[in-house]
Write a protein that binds this ligand. Sequence first.
Ligand code: SF4
Length: 142
Amino acid sequence: MKNDKWWSEGIQFQCQGSGKCCVSRGEYGYVYVTIEDRRKLAKHFKLSTTQFTKKYCNQEAGIWKIRDFTDACSFLKENKCSVYQARPMQCRTWPFWPENMSAKAWNKEVTSFCPGVGKGKHWSAEEIEKQLTLQSKSEDLY
Ligand code: SF4
């Protein structure tokens, strides 16, 4: 089957540790966490999932997210993710989110501020599809 997506030849992207995806961008400023994300983060903090959730999360319209995200994620310390090994799925799959993958959104929401675009690893279309699937499945669990 012909793959006519603009990224069918793949995309070069490698996180440069800029922390720019961890700060609010206009209206967007949320780090959503699934139960799996919360379990992983709780383990990182050596807390039970309930303790972690009470301490670090709040719920909005039935969806759990990291609390106290004002201008940036509360886990961003000195421009670095302080929970990197246990970071939530939405952080792992960045920038390959379904809503970013139109050419217009990619240019507006990703390329314009993320310095990882065009650097390092070349992601094949198949690898990108896998990230998109992981992110979509995660979104279904919010
Ligand atoms: S959890 Fe880490 S990677 Fe994710 S937004 Fe917060 S600081 Fe950034």
